[in-house]
Design a protein around this ligand. Structure first.
Ligand code: PRT
Ligand code: MG
Length: 212
């Protein structure tokens, strides 16, 4: 394992990935209060790079990391052709939805706030909705409250955030969960990369690596 480097999106994905890691690799190399972003490989643990979600696929494509962990929503919003999706880790599950101040499908020209302009754009095209996209980088739920847009396209998990802002789901655009991605050359030439994938898949199935 010590020849391997894993790039992980900080935030929710890092927190839920820790459980998979501890179940399959063991030693979690990141101290609780650490702000360090690079943990070199050791005897007990692969190296770890903590990065912004949208940069994970770039780091893996360039071979700086052998594998990466990132949400499918981010992979679809920022497509990077030179990586392989090698496992669905089934953590950080959520949906990208269109939501509004009511449950009606958008009629006529509407404004839609989103941090996913690419996913939103193809949804609007597919359904021939004459929407104008407003790109925001966070706090999407504020847009309808402030009268900036009548709909948002954003991530929903429990639905509580929508509810607290008097917003209603209109339709699900895609389901998302964290994916393990790999550098194609490293995946086919470094046995540790496939072993890492296999360990993650086994722990996700709840089976020990040896019997899985
Ligand atoms: O902060 P930065 O821009 O670097 O990254 P980020 O904000 O994208 O990171 P983070 O940690 O917020 O989430 C990263 C990834 O977690 C996303 O790309 C998804 O793949 C996944 N994920 C899973 C979620 C959620 N669940 C989620 N609930 N990402 C965001 N949310 C937010 C959502 O945007 C909304 O504000 O939580 C709120 C909705 O949650 P509920 O439970 O109230 O519906
Ligand atoms: Mg965030």
């Amino acid at each position: 394992m010590s020849e391997l480097t894993v790039a992980i999106a900080k935030g929710r994905i890092l927190d839920s990935f820790r459980i998979l890691w501890e179940g399959s690799i063991g030693h979690w190399p990141i101290p609780n209060t650490s702000r360090q972003l690079w943990f070199p490989p050791t005897e007990q643990s692969p190296g770890m790079l903590i990065a912004r979600a949208r940069d994970i696929a770039t780091l893996v494509a360039l071979g700086v990391a052998d594998v990466g962990v990132v949400g499918l929503d981010v992979l679809r919003e920022y497509p990077t052709p030179d990586v392989l999706e090698v496992a669905d880790l089934a953590i950080s599950q959520c949906r990208v939805v269109i939501a509004g101040t009511h449950t009606d499908w958008p009629q006529g020209p509407v404004r839609i706030a989103t941090k996913y302009p690419r996913i939103a754009g193809s949804f609007l095209n597919q359904h021939q909705i004459a929407g104008e996209l407003v790109s925001l980088s966070g706090s999407l739920e504020l847009a309808p409250v402030l009268g900036l847009a009548s709909y948002i396209i954003d991530i929903v998990d429990t639905g509580r955030t929508l509810q607290e802002h008097d917003l209603f789901e209109v339709s699900t655009i895609m389901a998302s969960s964290a994916r393990l991605i790999a550098n194609p050359a490293h995946f086919y030439t470094k046995p540790e990369v496939q072993e890492f994938r296999d360990r993650m898949v086994c722990i996700r199935k709840g089976e020990p690596y040896a019997n899985c």
